[in-house]
Design a protein around this ligand. Structure first.
Ligand code: FES
Length: 124
């Protein structure tokens, strides 16, 4: 059974870019656009539960993406430089190697022909 976590107008997001979002229950999450579509995960590292997002001040100076590395091909923990592959959220290196980010179900709905909306749901 799935549970709806967020509904919002479909954000514009280029391929290889990410966006911090907040779920209806207040938890932080990330939305990532890859060539194969949109992916979403809770912004919580599997080994500590802390956020992966880059420090916003640092981010501005470096013009960094909030979650992805410079190639747009990996999600980074900006504190520990752990790398997660963005299709499945699997940690490839770092203190939580082999563990996964919590993936969210992403769908795009157009209720009654209105503008596209992004809907995020949990898998459980
Ligand atoms: S908090 Fe887990 S890798 Fe940084």
């Amino acid at each position: 059974m799935t549970r709806r976590l967020l509904r919002l107008p479909l954000p514009e997001l280029r391929i290889g870019c990410s966006l911090p979002i907040r779920l209806e229950d207040g938890r932080p999450a990330m939305l990532i656009r890859l060539a194969d579509g949109l992916h979403a995960y809770l912004d919580a590292c599997p080994h500590r539960g802390s956020r992966l997002i880059a420090d916003p001040a640092h981010d501005e100076r470096e013009h960094r993406d909030p979650y992805l590395d410079a190639t747009g091909g990996l999600i980074l923990c900006h504190r520990h430089q752990a790398c997660f592959e963005p299709q499945q959220g699997l940690c490839l290196s770092g203190p939580c190697t082999g563990q996964r980010l919590t993936a969210l179900d992403v769908t795009i709905e157009r209720p009654d022909g209105s503008p596209a909306q992004l809907v995020l749901k949990s898998w459980h």
